[in-house]
Design a protein around this ligand. Structure first.
Ligand code: ADP
Ligand code: MG
Length: 256
């Protein structure tokens, strides 16, 4: 929502490769508290890997990621130490992540889906988790759906429930990897609205998306990635009106 707050995510010289080659090439970037950043770019350019490295779901080969004051850093070739893995664990507790596929537990109702992690991971008492679960469902507009099972929900409702489940762990940052790509077009808006509401509350969010209108209108800035690099980042209106880089221009041409 604003760009004057202090940095919450600091990425320095992040590198990651798989057997087939470099996927992230020396990425450095800062996201401030309360920012909503959209990541766009062609398929295979490293967007998902970038997100997964931010919460250390994928450990970087080298470089560092700091989230809410917790830093995981690695030198080239360094074998992860117990201390590093402890930091990975700490960092992950600050980050909620939502994927294209909702991954709700099919044999639990929505409330149980949300209560599970706070109880199991944080040792929260059942009553407290129940109250929290209801609050989170209300936040995403699913108050009346507590007893419903995932199979009875629309894709939009499922994705909102997945967001509620991530929020229940009280993250400082939310990451979304193409959260609306699997949805029928008429259900996209309700999921994007949840992110807009969270932005208004001051949540820090990074969204990999193909929803260009959302990226342009709702985000504080857009990060354009290509071939494992951040090519350009800019306010949405400026990026769309006047892309500085040829690669950005060529990519955006697909959307006008
Ligand atoms: P995007 O999300 O932008 O489509 P990805 O981050 O998924 O891109 O992938 C970037 C590149 O890294 C692709 O070439 C992909 O094949 C490769 N890649 C991603 N994850 C793995 C993995 N776990 N093992 C090997 N290669 C991977
Ligand atoms: Mg991806």
């Amino acid at each position: 929502m604003n760009t004057i707050n202090k940095p919450l995510i600091i990425i320095e010289n992040l590198c990651k490769s798989f057997e087939d080659g470099d996927v992230l090439r020396n990425i450095s970037f800062t996201i401030r508290e309360g920012d909503l950043a959209s990541i766009i770019g062609p398929s295979g350019c490293g967007k998902s890997t970038f997100l997964r490295c931010i919460n250390c779901l994928e450990l970087m080969d080298s470089g560092s990621v700091t989230v809410a004051g917790v830093t995981v850093s690695r030198k080239p070739g360094e074998v992860p130490s117990d201390e590093m893995l402890q930091k990975v664990h700490e960092l992950r507790t600050e980050v909620g992540m939502v994927f294209q596929s909702y991954n709700l537990f099919p044999n639990k109702n929505l409330l149980q889906n949300i209560m599970l992690a706070p109880m199991v991971v944080k040792g929260m008492k059942k009553d407290e988790a129940h109250e929290l679960g209801m609050k989170m469902l209300e936040k995403v507009g699913l108050k009346g759906f507590a007893q419903k099972y995932p199979s009875t929900l629309s894709g939009g409702q499922s994705q909102r429930a997945a967001i509620a489940r991530a929020l229940a762990m009280n993250p400082r940052v939310m990451l979304y990897d193409e959260p609306t790509s699997a949805l029928d077009p008429e259900l996209v808006g309700e999921v994007l609205q949840v992110m807009k509401d969270l932005d208004a509350e001051g949540m820090t969010q990074i969204i990999v998306t193909h929803e260009m209108k959302f990226a342009k209108d709702a985000s504080d800035y857009i990060i354009f990635m290509d071939k494992g690099e951040i090519v350009e980042y800019e306010d949405g209106d400026i990026l769309f009106a006047n892309p500085k880089n040829d690669r950005t221009r060529a990519f955006l041409r697909h959307f006008v």
